[in-house]
Design a protein around this ligand. Structure first.
Ligand SMILES: CC(=O)N[C@H]1[C@@H](OP(=O)(O)O)O[C@H](CO)[C@@H](O)[C@@H]1O
Ligand SMILES: [Mg+2]
Length: 550
């Protein structure tokens, strides 16, 4: 089969995937995401872009994931994954947007020609794309559109089937490191489970097992995959019950369950009976996020979110590094503006770890975390992981340790390097990470929670006529535009003890998000709804002013 680009063939294929009229697409924080019925042409074109990216990068394998994560079942989305499992390079996001918006086949071909010329791509190079989808029914049709895009440019297709998003990131890195010194593992689903299971055993072996954990899988792909993973881990070291595991009944995916629901509603998901002081966790629809929680003895719901996980992980890793006798391995934590103020305070003041704040979106966190020897990054919503730099990995693997304490800590650090999916936040890998730390520390969820108390916080959406007029600075914590709005927010914030509030346009939904926190629940809610009211009134609110806005 010829590998070169045949523009006539592209035009023929493209005719089957006309761009819908009157819609404009944009490759945002999480790739393209919208109603599934609008996405056929977009995904067809993403196939073409994936192949071009592979050609550009010396025929490395590129990943494509079809999912809309925690969003409603009728939505879908797509994102490209670079060779080492990272998010697509930012410069190429613009090409994705240009391709998606080309209004006919001729324009499409011209955009492709431009990408080839500007990037000096050798069209005759081979290209390979590995792809997967979540359990959404629309995924079947959209995978076909992707395959047509790939065939239009004679790419090699590797269908990875129904998988979690982090599994696709994992396998992409595995393919590109196969047989090298940096080999990330076996490029199969089974290889993924084995790697995690072996590492988990190394940390918890010989320690008393924790009580059973219930995991809400959001009726998504996490359900069968967690069950599969559990098969590789003996019951004597992990006791897990998967709930909300119905991936066949329409309308159930993420419906009143899952990590996003639990985080935003601050209550247990549908279908979960949770006795006091027992821990449970929720995954999101593509299993790249996880949050923990429990009910206190008086019935109060307590959330252990991404900030709590970051604090738990950073504390544990710092302790191991100290015990290992290795010197000068620095640990840092990366958060976004949505991190609870109490968590930042705990990390900096109690753990004494440097914390950086970056813009929302995994790529920003990941990039910043790479600057540390060990970079822990988590979004408050439960997406995150830990990155060990190549040099810190080499040092940890090489060190022999002088004392039994050194040796034991080094063994655990080595196991952590394998346990943690370093390509991207991974709910299954993070679940095992948290379970391993809790087992090691013999902590109940309440003991874990005692590190610090979250400031009451609230997230509110405001629907406006054009969210693109909102321009931010300072890791999205301040508004530059609309002019004058930030000053008014500042005046409101000053009225509340420990008050903090910021406004930014969402990168995944057509809304503006308002975040507020303050010393009391009443104060926090009042601040959030006053700022939301301000945004609605002064920046083009539409669709009726919600009654709770002040
Ligand atoms: C407040 C919030 O949770 N924002 C989420 C959401 O982004 P927005 O740009 O806020 O829509 O989706 C992103 C992708 O999943 C995730 O990275 C981010 O944390
Ligand atoms: Mg997700």
């Amino acid at each position: 089969m010829s590998t070169t680009i045949d523009y006539g063939k592209i035009k023929q294929f493209a005719a089957r995937y006309p761009k819908p009229n009157g819609v404009s697409f944009s490759y945002g924080t999480a790739g393209f995401r919208t109603k599934a019925e609008l996405l056929d042409s977009v995904i067809f074109r993403v196939g073409i872009l994936g192949a071009l990216r592979s050609k550009k990068l010396d025929s490395k394998t590129i990943g494509v994931m079809i999912t809309a994560s925690h969003n409603p079942e009728e939505d879908n989305g797509v994102k490209l994954v670079d060779p080492y499992g990272e998010m697509l390079e930012q410069k190429w996001e613009i090409y994705a947007t240009q391709l998606a918006n080309a209004h006919n086949a001729d324009v499409l071909v011209n955009v492709i020609k431009d990408i080839v010329t500007v990037n000096d791509i050798d069209p005759t190079k081979e290209s390979t794309v590995v792809y997967a989808r979540d359990t959404r029914p629309s995924g079947v049709r959209l995978v076909e559109a992707l395959e047509h895009g790939l065939k239009a440019v004679n790419a090699n297709l590797v269908n990875f089937g129904i998988k979690t998003t982090p599994q696709l990131h994992y396998v992409t890195r595995c393919y590109n490191t196969l047989g090298t010194e940096a080999s990330y593992g076996e490029p199969t689903e089974e290889g993924y489970y084995k790697k995690l299971a072996i590492a988990y055993r190394k940390i918890v072996e010989g320690l008393p097992r924790l009580p059973k954990i219930k995991v809400d899988a959001a009726n998504g792909v996490g359900a069968p995959k967690l069950r599969e993973l559990a098969k590789f881990i003996d019951e004597d070291i992990l006791d897990v019950e998967v709930i909300n595991d119905d991936i066949d009944t329409r309308g159930k995916l993420n419906f009143q369950c899952g990590a996003d629901f639990v985080k935003t509603q601050q209550r247990v998901p549908l279908g979960l009976v949770l006795p006091a002081e027992q821990r449970a966790a929720s995954l999101d629809g593509d299993a790249d996020r996880i949050v923990y929680y429990y009910n206190d003895s008086d019935g109060t719901f307590k959330l252990l979110d991404g900030d709590k996980i970051a604090s738990l992980a950073a504390g544990f890793i710092m302790e191991l590094i100290k015990a290992s006798g290795l010197e000068e391995i620095n640990v840092g934590v990366v958060q976004t503006a949505y991190a609870n103020g109490s968590s930042t305070n705990y990390l900096t003041k109690v753990l004494g770890v440097p914390v950086s704040c970056v813009s929302t979106g995994v790529k920003h966190l990941h990039h910043e975390a790479e600057k540390y020897d060990v970079g822990v990054y988590f979004e408050a919503n439960g997406h995150g992981t830990v990155l060990f730099s190549p040099s810190s990995q080499a040092r940890i693997r090489k060190a022999e340790g002088k004392t039994p304490e050194n040796i034991s800590a080094l063994e655990k650090l080595r196991a952590l390097i394998d346990l943690i999916n370093q390509t991207v936040g991974d709910a299954l890998s993070d679940l095992l990470l948290v379970e391993a730390i809790l087992t090691y520390r013999r902590w109940t969820p309440k003991q874990w929670d005692q590190a610090y108390t979250d400031l009451p916080n609230r997230l509110v959406k405001v629907v406006v006529s054009n969210r693109h007029i909102f321009k931010t600075t300072d890791a999205e914590r301040k508004l530059l535009e609309p002019k004058g709005l930030q000053e008014k927010i500042d005046l409101l914030v000053q009225q509340y003890k420990d008050g903090r509030s910021f406004v930014r346009p969402s990168g995944t939904e057509d809304v503006v998000r308002v975040y507020a926190e303050a010393a009391t629940r009443h104060g926090c809610d009042e601040l959030a709804f006053k700022v939301a009211g301000l945004v609605y009134d002064e920046a083009g609110g539409i669709g009726g002013r919600p009654t709770e806005f002040l």
